[in-house]
Design a protein around this ligand. Structure first.
Ligand SMILES: [Zn+2]
Length: 262
C-alpha cells in the first residue's frame, strides 16, 4: 500500500472492526507520522510501515527509510541536500538542488522542513546514502512563546504517552491578555475521559519537558487542553500542528496608526 499517514490511520480504524487483508508493506509519505501511530498501524495490519520524505517540487520521494526505520536515506544521485544554517544540535531548514533534471530544475530550493543530518553510518545495504532525521517541524511551526521554544516534535512526544487520544492534534499559541497562552486541541477516542487525558498530558509534559512545566507553574504562560470533535481538526489534506495566532494580533496592532503629536 502506498498511502498518506492520516489516510492509513483512518483506514486502520475501520480495519480494526472489519478486519484486514495480507499486506506486504506500506510506503507512507506526504506528512509526518508519529511513532505511536506507526506502531498501531503495523500491529493491526501485521506488516512494516516505511516512511518516505519528499514534496511536490521534488516530484515525489527524495528520501526513504530502510528496514531499520531510523531516518530517511537521501536520493543523492538526483538531489544535493544542504542545511545552510544548522542550530547547535544540527537542526535547520533543508535546502536542495536538483542534479539531473531538465524540467523545472531547482537551485537551493527551500523546503521549509526542519531536520538534521544523521551521524554515523546505517548498518543496512544503503550505507553510502546519507540520512536525515524525521522532520521535526516546518519553519513556520517553530514558535518562541511563554512556554519556551516549541516545535511539533515536542508535542508529538508529550502526547505519545497519553492513552485515549486519537491521531490528530493541534496547538494554538495566542495572547488573550498580557501573557501567552497555549491551547492543546486533541481528539479523544470513544469512552476516553477528558479529565484523565488532561491530567496525563500535564504529567507527561512535566516528565519530558520540566522547563516548560515550570514556565506554566510560574505563570509565564497559560496552558489549556481542549477537546475537539472527532475529525474536526483536519480541515484540509494536511494539518498544521502549531499555529501562532499572535502573528495576526501583532500585525493588526502594527497596522493601527500611532497617535499624531501635531
Ligand atoms: Zn539504512
Amino acid at each position: 500500500m502506498v498511502v498518506e499517514p492520516s489516510w492509513i490511520v483512518s483506514l486502520t480504524e475501520i480495519a480494526e472492526k472489519r478486519g484486514t487483508w495480507p499486506v506486504k508493506l506500506m510506503l507512507v509519505g506526504g506528512e509526518n507520522m508519529s511513532e505511536k501511530s506507526r506502531r498501531h498501524v503495523e500491529e493491526i495490519w501485521k506488516t512494516d510501515l516505511y516512511l518516505t520524505y519528499g514534496q511536490t517540487e521534488s516530484f515525489g520521494s527524495a528520501g526513504t527509510e530502510c528496514n531499520r526505520k531510523n531516518g530517511y536515506h537521501l536520493q543523492e544521485l538526483k538531489f544535493w541536500f544542504e542545511i545552510p544554517e544548522p542550530d547547535d544540535q544540527g537542526h535547520g531548514e533543508i535546502v536542495f538542488t536538483t542534479l539531473s533534471r531538465r524540467v523545472m530544475p531547482l537551485l537551493r530550493y527551500r523546503t521549509s522542513d526542519v531536520a538534521r543530518f544523521m551521524e554515523g553510518v546505517c548498518d543496512c545495504n544503503l550505507k553510502s546514502l546519507r540520512r536525515i532525521s524525521k522532520i521535526v517541524g516546518r519553519c513556520d511551526e517553530m514558535v518562541n512563546c511563554g512556554l519556551g521554544n516549541i516545535s511539533p516534535w515536542m508535542f508529538e512526544r508529550v502526547l505519545e504517552n497519553v492513552s485515549g487520544l486519537a491521531h490528530d492534534w493541534q496547538v494554538l499559541v495566542t495572547r488573550p491578555d498580557l501573557r501567552d497562552a497555549i491551547e492543546i486541541k486533541v481528539e479523544l477516542l470513544e469512552g476516553a475521559s477528558q479529565d484523565k487525558v488532561e491530567r496525563a498530558i500535564r504529567t507527561s509534559l512535566a516528565d519530558l519537558f520540566p522547563d516548560m512545566a515550570r514556565n506554566v507553574s510560574m505563570g509565564l504562560c497559560e496552558m489549556k487542553v481542549a477537546v475537539a470533535g472527532r475529525g474536526t481538526l483536519r480541515t484540509g489534506r494536511k494539518l498544521r500542528s502549531i499555529v501562532d495566532l499572535r502573528k495576526t494580533l501583532f500585525r493588526a496592532e502594527a497596522a493601527v496608526p500611532s497617535a499624531s503629536t501635531a
